[in-house]
Design a protein around this ligand. Structure first.
Ligand code: NDP
Length: 478
C-alpha cells in the first residue's frame, strides 16, 4: 500500500480530516459504510490531493503502508465498537486504530486494553474545532502508547492548528484514555465559558439595560483585552445578528432552552467519581438542564421576586466594567477546576498528563481557544506540580484585583433577581478555598451524631467519636 493514513467514516468530521491530511501532502485512503459518501468526497474534493477510495474495509487496509494507520470517525458508542471489530482482524502487529470520535474515556480504556492484547495500538484521540477546525486545523488530543505517537504524531502535527508562536496544537497526552479525558474536560470548560458569557450578557441586558447590538459592541471591546477568545468573538456575532423574518434581534427569537450532547455531563460525572470539586462546570450543565424544563419554569413564573430595574447611563457603564471583572475572575475559577480534574484523572489512571502541554494545544484550533491559554501554559511552564492555577502569582493577583467588582456583580444580581449560577458558584468556590475554617467541622459533628462516623481533631492525631446518646464523653476510635 501507498497511503499514509486511512479514514473510515466520512460524515462532516471524517471528510474534513481526510481533506486536511490530503491538503498537507499525504495520500489518504477513504472509506465509508455507505459508499455514496466516499464517492462524493472524491468527486467534490478529489483535486485537493491524493485520495484512494476504498469500497470495503479490506480494500482500505490493503492500500495502507505499514505500520497502518486507520482513523475511525464514526458515531461514538456502539458504531465505534462495530467498526473496530470490522478492522481489527484485518490488521497486523504494530498497526494502529485511531478513534477521533467523542468517545467516553472509559470506553477508550477498554478498547485500548483489548486491542493491545491483540498487538494493535489503539489511539483514543480528542479532536476539537468542529467541522471548520477539522478542515483548517483542529486541536488534537491523542492518547495511547508512546510508540504509536512516534509513528503518528508528526502527521497530526502537520494537520493541527498552529498557535501564535508556530507550535502545533497537538501533543501526546498520555496512555489509553488520557486523550479522550482531556477532550472531555475541554468540553466541560467550554460549557462553563459559555454559561459565564451568557450570564454576563443577561446582566448587561437586565441590569445595565443595554440592547443586544450594544452588548455585541461591549463583547467586541472585551475581545481586544484579556478575554480575547473565540467564544467571546462569536458571542458578539450572534448578538449583533438580526432575524431576517421579524427584524428582531436574533437572540430574542430563539427558544431559550439549551441542549447538550453529553460531554459536559461526563465531565461532572467523572469529577464526582474522582472527588474533584467542579461546581462551575456543574452549574453550567445544570443551567442548560434547568432551561429545558419548560413546564417547571411555566409553573414557577408567578413566584414572588424582584423585576430587574435597569441602572442609569453612568452607573450602567460602570457596571459593565464590573461585569468584565466578574467574568474574568469566574473564568479563572472554571479553568482552575478543569485543570484540577485533569490532574486528578492523571493521578488516578497513571497518565502523567502535562498540564502545560494541555494549555498549549488549546491555544488554537479548539472551541475554547483564547489568548488566555498562553498564560495558563506559561503558569505551568516548568511547574507541572503547581497545586492550582490560582497558586500562580499572576493569576492570584488578577483575581484579587477583580474580587471587589465580582462581589458587587453577584450581590447586584441577587438583589435584582437575575440568576447567575456560574458567577456565584465561582465566587463561593474562591471564598471556600480562601477560608481559614469551613463549616465542614459542623458537618463532621452531625455525621458523628447520627451515624457514629467519627471525626479528627485540630489539636492532635487520632480518630474520635463522641457518645452523643450517652454522657457525651469522647472515645478514641483508632
Ligand atoms: P456522526 O457522528 O454523525 O456519524 C456519522 C458517521 O458514522 C457516518 O460516516 C456513518 O456512516 C458512520 N456510522 C454510523 N454508524 C455506523 C456503523 N454502525 N458502522 C459504520 N459506520 C457507521 O459524524 P460526525 O462527522 O459529526 O462525527 C464523527 C465523530 O466525531 C463522532 O464521534 C463525533 O462525536 C465526533 N466529533 C464531532 C464533532 C462535530 O463538530 N460534529 C466535533 C468533534 C468530534 P454512514 O454514512 O454509512 O451512515
Amino acid at each position: 500500500g501507498t497511503a499514509q493514513i486511512g479514514v473510515t467514516g466520512l460524515a462532516v468530521m471524517g471528510r474534513n480530516l481526510a481533506r486536511n491530511f490530503a491538503r498537507n501532502g499525504y495520500t489518504v485512503a477513504v472509506h465509508n459504510r455507505t459508499a455514496a459518501r466516499t464517492e462524493a468526497l472524491v468527486s467534490e474534493f478529489g483535486e485537493e490531493g491524493a485520495f484512494l477510495p476504498a469500497s470495503t474495509p479490506e480494500e482500505l487496509v490493503e492500500s495502507l503502508e505499514r505500520p497502518r494507520r486507520v482513523l475511525v470517525m464514526v458515531k461514538a458508542g456502539a458504531p465505534t465498537d462495530a467498526v473496530i471489530e470490522e478492522f481489527a482482524p484485518l490488521l497486523e502487529e504494530g498497526d494502529m486504530i485511531i478513534d477521533g470520535g467523542n468517545a467516553h474515556f472509559e470506553d477508550t480504556r477498554r478498547r485500548e486494553k483489548a486491542l493491545r492484547e491483540r498487538g494493535i495500538h489503539f489511539v483514543g484521540t480528542g479532536v476539537s474545532g468542529g467541522e471548520e477546525g477539522a478542515l483548517r486545523g483542529p486541536s488534537i488530543m491523542p492518547g495511547g502508547s508512546a510508540e504509536s505517537y512516534r509513528a503518528l504524531g508528526p502527521m497530526l502535527e502537520r494537520i493541527a492548528a498552529e498557535a501564535d508562536d508556530g507550535a502545533p496544537c497537538t501533543a501526546y497526552m498520555g496512555p489509553d484514555g488520557a486523550g479522550h479525558f482531556v477532550k472531555m474536560v475541554h468540553n466541560g470548560i467550554e460549557y462553563a465559558d459559555m454559561q459565564l458569557i451568557a450570564e454576563a450578557y443577561q446582566l448587561l441586558r437586565d441590569v445595565a439595560g443595554y440592547g443586544p447590538a450594544r452588548i455585541a459592541e461591549i463583547f467586541r471591546r472585551w475581545n481586544t483585552g484579556r478575554l480575547d477568545s473565540y467564544l467571546i468573538e462569536i458571542t458578539a456575532e450572534v448578538l449583533a445578528h438580526v432575524d431576517e423574518r421579524t427584524g428582531e434581534p436574533f437572540v430574542d427569537v430563539v427558544l431559550d432552552q439549551a441542549e447538550q450532547k453529553g460531554t459536559g455531563r461526563w465531565t461532572v460525572q467523572a469529577a464526582l467519581d474522582l472527588g474533584v470539586p467542579v461546581p462551575g462546570i456543574a452549574e453550567a450543565v445544570f443551567a442548560r438542564s434547568l432551561s429545558g424544563h419548560a413546564g417547571l419554569r411555566r409553573a414557577s413564573r408567578s413566584l414572588p421576586g424582584p423585576t430587574p430595574a435597569p441602572l442609569g447611563e453612568a452607573a450602567a457603564a460602570r457596571f459593565a466594567d464590573q461585569v468584565e471583572q466578574a467574568l474574568y475572575a469566574s473564568k479563572l475559577v472554571s479553568y482552575t477546576q478543569g485543570f484540577h480534574e485533569i490532574r486528578a484523572g492523571s493521578e488516578e489512571y497513571g497518565w502523567e498528563v502535562d498540564p502545560g502541554a494541555v494549555a498549549a494545544i488549546w491555544r488554537a484550533g479548539c472551541i475554547i481557544r483564547a489568548a488566555f491559554l498562553d498564560r495558563v501554559r506559561a503558569a505551568y511552564d516548568g511547574r507541572g506540580d503547581l497545586p492550582s492555577l490560582l497558586s500562580d502569582e499572576t493569576f492570584a493577583r488578577e483575581i484579587g484585583e477583580a474580587q471587589d467588582d465580582w462581589r458587587a456583580v453577584v450581590a447586584e444580581a441577587a438583589r435584582q433577581g437575575v440568576p447567575v449560577p456560574g458567577f456565584a458558584a465561582a465566587l463561593a468556590y474562591y471564598d471556600a478555598l480562601r477560608a481559614e475554617r469551613l463549616p465542614a467541622a459542623l458537618v463532621q459533628g452531625q455525621r458523628d451524631y447520627f451515624g457514629a462516623h467519627t471525626y479528627r481533631r485540630t489539636d492532635g492525631e487520632g480518630v474520635f467519636h463522641t457518645l452523643w446518646g450517652g454522657d457525651r464523653s469522647e472515645t478514641r476510635e483508632d
